[in-house]
Write a protein that binds this ligand. Structure first.
Ligand SMILES: *Cc1c(COP(=O)(O)O)cnc(C)c1O
Length: 495
C-alpha cells in the first residue's frame, strides 16, 4: 500500500530514499483509523471474551520467523497483531482479571500513548514542553501526598526501580556522595529494615546495590500483617550494639500478599529516633489516598522521606508508569547528578532548562510517561480514580463476607484493602490444601475469572486482587460460583 512511488507518480530513486515516512499519507490515515477502531471494538466488547486463553502454537509460530530484510505492508503486519497477539494478552484489562496486582488501563491512556509515540520526546533533559508536563505531575504528587515544596520526583519503569533508586538515595544520605566513587567499604556496615511481608523487589534492590540482601532485616508482622514496631526497635538496638550502621527503614503501604498497610506514623517515629531514611513502598496502595473512604488507612504517608508507587496499578495509567517521590530533591541530585561534557547546559536555547531529569535518577534517555499520566488525571479527575479504588475495596470486603458465610471456603487473611486470600476447604473442611492450585489453574483455563495463587504461612491460597476499574459484583459472584463448582468436583470420590 505504501509504494515507493510519489503520489504524482514520479519515481524516487530507491537508493536515495532513506526516510521511513509514507508517500501516501491518505492511505496511512485510513489504515491508522482502522487500527484505532479495531482497538476500540476490542475494548468495548472485552467482557464477552475470555480473560485469558492459551496462545496456540500457530500464533507463536508467527514470532519465530527469520529477520525481515524487506518490509511488509502495514495492513498485513497489523493483521498479524489482530489475529495472533490481541486475543492472547495477559488479560489484565478484562473485568474478570483479579490475579496479581495489575492495572486495567483506560482508553484515554491508550490515546495518550499514541500521541507520545508520535512526539517521540526524550525526557532526559533540555528545554522543551514535555519536561514541564513531568514537572506538573511532580507538583500534583506533592499535593496528593502532602509533600513539601522541596520535594522532587521522577518517573521510572515501576516500583521495583523506584525502590532500588530509594535505596541508592538512602545510602548516599548516610555515607555522603563520596560513596558514589569509593563504593561500599568494610567500614560501611549498613543495615536496613522492612517487614517479612515486604515485596521481593526490595531484597533484590539490596542485591543490586551491592549492600546485599542479608543486610535487609526482615522483621516479623502482627496478626494484621503489619511490621511489629517493637521487634523492629529491638533489631535496630541489637545491630547498633554490634557496631552496624542502621540507615533505612522501609514501610509497606499495601503488602503484596494481603494489602496490609504498616503503621507509617510509628515508622516515622523510629526513623527519627535512630536517624534512618524512611522509605515507603506504596506500589499497590499509596494512591488509595485519593479516595476519601480509604485515605485514613494511609495516615502518616506524607511524613516519609521517599515514596515509591505505581500509576500503572491503581492509577489505571497504561504500563509502564512507576514513580518515586522524594522529600528533598537535593538528595536525588547528590545521588545521581554528574557533569558529562556532552550533557553540558546552556543559559538559553534547547540545551537550557533548569531541570534535567537525568540529574535526578539513573536514566538518561527516558520516555514521556508523564503524558499518559497527565491525560489520565485531567480527563478522569482524581475523584473518579479514587471512587474506582473505593469500589474495588467494597467488592473485596463483600467477597470476604461471602467467603465467611460459605462453609466450603475459608478466609485466610484480614482484608485491609483490595486483596482477598482464601482457600477451598470442602464441605467437611478437610480438603487437601493442594486442591487450590488446581482450582486456580482450572479457572485460568476456563477464562471467566482469573485470580492468582499465593502462599500464606506456607499454605496455598487463592488470591483475588481487585485493581481493575471494570470489575463488578457479577465478576465476584462468578469467582465464588466457579471455585465452589470446581472444588466440589474434587470432593467426589475418585474412581
Ligand atoms: C507491584 C509491586 C511492586 C513492584 O512494582 P513494579 O511496578 O511491578 O515494578 C513492589 N511492591 C509492591 C507492594 C507491589 O505490589
Amino acid at each position: 500500500m505504501f509504494s515507493l512511488q510519489e503520489a504524482g507518480g514520479a519515481a524516487i530513486d530507491r537508493h536515495e530514499r532513506t526516510s521511513l515516512d509514507p508517500d501516501d499519507w491518505q492511505a496511512l490515515r485510513k489504515q491508522g483509523h482502522r487500527m484505532l477502531d479495531d482497538m476500540f471494538d476490542h475494548l468495548q466488547t472485552l467482557a464477552t471474551k475470555p480473560v485469558w486463553q492459551h496462545a496456540p502454537s500457530s500464533a507463536r509460530a508467527k514470532f519465530d520467523v527469520p529477520l525481515p530484510i524487506e518490509g511488509s505492508d502495514l495492513a498485513d503486519v497489523h493483521a498479524i497483531f489482530r489475529d495472533h497477539i490481541l486475543p492472547y494478552g495477559s488479560g489484565n484489562i478484562h473485568p474478570g482479571f483479579m490475579g496479581w496486582v495489575q492495572g486495567g488501563g483506560t482508553v484515554t491512556g491508550m490515546l495518550a500513548e499514541m500521541l507520545t509515540g508520535g512526539l517521540n520526546a526524550n525526557l532526559g533533559g533540555r528545554d522543551h514542553m514535555p519536561i514541564e508536563v513531568e514537572r506538573q505531575i511532580i507538583r500534583w504528587t506533592r499535593e496528593i501526598f502532602s509533600f513539601p515544596e522541596t520535594a522532587g520526583g521522577i518517573f521510572l519503569t515501576g516500583a521495583s526501580q523506584a525502590n532500588f533508586v530509594a535505596v541508592q538515595i538512602a545510602r548516599c544520605r548516610k555515607l555522603g556522595r563520596d560513596v558514589r566513587a569509593t563504593g561500599l567499604t568494610d567500614e560501611s556496615r549498613l543495615v536496613a529494615y522492612a517487614s517479612s511481608e515486604v515485596h521481593g523487589c526490595v531484597p533484590r534492590a539490596f542485591e543490586m546495590s551491592g549492600i546485599g540482601s542479608d543486610q535487609l532485616r526482615r522483621i516479623a508482622v502482627n496478626e494484621l500483617g503489619q511490621i511489629d514496631i517493637d521487634a523492629l526497635e529491638q533489631a535496630i538496638l541489637r545491630d547498633r550494639q554490634e557496631g552496624l550502621v542502621p540507615f533505612l527503614v522501609i514501610g509497606s503501604a499495601g503488602t503484596v500478599n494481603t494489602g496490609a498497610v504498616d503503621d507509617l506514623t510509628g515508622l516515622r517515629h523510629i526513623a527519627d529516633s535512630y536517624d534512618l531514611h524512611f522509605h515507603v513502598d506504596g506500589a499497590l496502595g499509596a494512591l488509595g489516598v485519593l479516595s476519601p473512604d480509604l485515605a485514613h488507612l494511609f495516615a502518616g504517608i506524607g511524613s516519609c522521606d521517599s515514596l515509591a508507587f505505581d500509576f500503572h496499578k491503581w492509577g489505571q495509567v497504561p504500563y509502564d508508569a512507576g514513580f518515586l517521590l522524594v522529600r528533598d530533591s537535593e538528595w536525588q541530585r547528590q545521588t545521581f547528578a554528574s557533569d558529562a561534557a556532552y550533557l553540558s547546559r546552556a543559559a538559553s536555547g534547547l540545551a537550557g532548562g533548569d531541570w534535567w531529569p537525568c540529574d535526578y535518577g539513573p536514566d538518561l534517555s527516558r520516555g514521556f510517561r508523564a503524558l499518559k499520566t497527565w491525560f489520565t488525571l485531567k480527563t478522569y479527575g482524581v475523584k473518579a480514580l479514587g471512587d474506582a479504588m473505593s469500589a474495588n475495596c467494597l467488592l473485596a470486603r463483600e467477597l470476604a463476607r461471602r467467603i465467611e458465610r460459605e462453609p466450603a471456603l475459608k478466609l485466610l487473611a484480614p482484608v485491609a484493602l483490595n486483596i482477598v486470600c482464601f482457600a477451598y476447604v470442602g464441605a467437611s473442611g478437610t480438603m487437601p490444601a493442594s486442591v487450590n492450585s488446581h482450582i486456580v489453574e482450572r479457572l485460568h483455563a476456563e477464562g471467566c475469572v482469573a485470580p492468582s495463587l499465593t502462599h500464606l504461612d506456607g499454605q496455598p491460597a487463592i488470591r483475588a486482587a481487585i485493581v481493575n476499574h471494570r470489575t463488578r459484583q457479577t465478576d465476584m459472584d462468578a469467582l465464588v460460583r466457579s471455585v465452589l463448582t470446581i472444588g466440589s468436583q474434587q470432593d467426589l470420590p475418585q474412581c
